[in-house]
Design a protein around this ligand. Structure first.
Ligand code: SF4
Length: 384
């Protein structure tokens, strides 16, 4: 049976972080009505499929879902359960911020069947947390991590950000030290992006902060790759590292082109070659769902060459492309049709090709976007 995933977007945060362009608002007064709307959206969407889709993962993200009372999360999971079937070893993740992660809530999450925590740590340097506009301290991040462990979570991921303004090689190294000391099962490490419209973007434009030099950014990325490899973490996607068996299933399903349903304002889903995205406004979301309509703002058909390009992009960013499956799905023998490029990239140690997989090397991950563009172009040429 085909596996599916669900992404839930909880659109509230206590305070917006300076770099964040995810959709969330600071006013929590609509959290209750939002939950009711979400239940209606789940119901509305489930009327569109005949049998109950089988789920391998649910990801409750946002926003800051750890602000929602566990009873509300229980209602959401109960509603999902009545419209979808849960795979035997389903992975259910909730994103938590260190300042809103309460031990009693963590115990409740366990009782609800949530089995994975994704903790927004970002940095263990106090000044960096302040410049990112985070509400928590390094100590709160460590305490939240220990609380999750003591509540019985054996699968905890943490997020880190590098190339933060003012970050030194030393402070980044100390953040990695602290992360390794805690020993999470999964680490995501993202380079800071100055998203248009965020306060951080404005600070950059106004000259109040300066970017970390590009060369240093590369060094920070290489540092975490090497340090985590030495700590036993597998680098399974450009920005993601995990201990054996602890890859994030939700991410993997998406990267492998799996189907996922998305609920909540601004959430993006992918069903039957169609990508859709919900309205990015809570009032509009509540209004549409209240009228019995799906709160979809737009959708696009992923077909023809877009499908191929997407498979290449997702595969190369993650754990590679299976040439046999690629040929079966698209009729393209990637190894012989673009043999020259594959050989040249392998010679320069950017990719690692073997019988059943073509994937980026550590060196290749450093320039993933450039390499993906080359492969996509070569395939397009070979097809014409
Ligand atoms: S807590 Fe997360 S979702 Fe909320 S503003 Fe900060 S980064 Fe964005």
């Amino acid at each position: 049976m085909n596996q599916s995933g669900i992404y839930i977007h909880f659109p509230f945060c206590e305070k917006k972080c300076s770099y964040c362009d995810f959709y969330s608002i600071e006013n929590l007064s609509k959290a209750c009505i939002f939950t009711n709307s979400l239940l209606s959206e789940i119901e509305l969407r489930s009327q569109r499929h005949e049998s109950k889709p089988n789920l391998s993962s649910i990801f409750i993200g946002g926003g800051t879902p750890s602000l929602l009372p566990p009873e509300s999360i229980g209602r959401i999971l109960q509603s999902i359960k009545s419209h979808f079937s849960f795979g035997e070893d389903i992975e259910i993740t909730i994103e938590c911020n260190p300042d809103s992660t309460l031990l009693e809530n963590l115990h409740d999450y366990r009782k609800l069947g949530i089995n994975r925590i994704s903790l927004g740590v970002q940095s263990f340097a106090r000044d960096e947390l302040i410049s990112l506009g985070r509400l928590h301290t390094p100590e709160q991040a460590a305490a939240a991590f220990h609380s999750a462990r003591s509540a019985g979570f054996d699968n905890i991921g943490i997020d880190l950000i590098f190339a933060v303004p003012g970050q030194s090689a030393r402070s980044w190294s100390r953040t990695i030290d602290k992360a390794l000391e805690l020993g999470p099962n999964h680490i995501s490490a993202y380079s800071l992006i100055y998203e248009k419209g965020t306060p951080l973007y404005k600070s950059l434009a106004d000259g109040d902060v300066s970017r970390v030099r590009e060369n240093d950014e590369v060094i920070y990325y290489e540092t975490i790759i090497h340090r985590l490899a030495a700590g036993g973490y597998e680098h399974y996607e450009v920005s993601n590292f995990a201990l054996s068996g602890k890859y994030c299933r939700h991410n993997l399903d998406i990267w492998h082109g799996g189907r996922y349903f998305a609920f909540g304002p601004s959430a993006h889903g992918y069903i039957g070659n169609q990508r859709y995205w919900n309205v990015r406004n809570i009032d509009e979301y509540i209004f549409l769902v209240g009228k019995g309509r799906l709160p979809v703002s737009g959708c696009e058909e992923i077909s023809g060459f877009d499908c191929i390009a997407e498979r290449i992009m997702l595969g190369l960013r993650a754990d590679g492309i299976d040439p046999g499956r690629f040929q079966a799905d698209f009729g393209i023998d990637i190894k012989s049709d673009i043999a020259g490029l594959i050989e040249s990239l392998a010679e320069h140690n950017f990719i690692i090709p073997n019988e059943s997989n073509i994937r980026l090397s550590k060196k290749g991950y450093l320039i993933a976007d450039e390499l993906i563009a080359k492969v996509v172009l070569a395939i397009e040429k070979a097809m014409n």
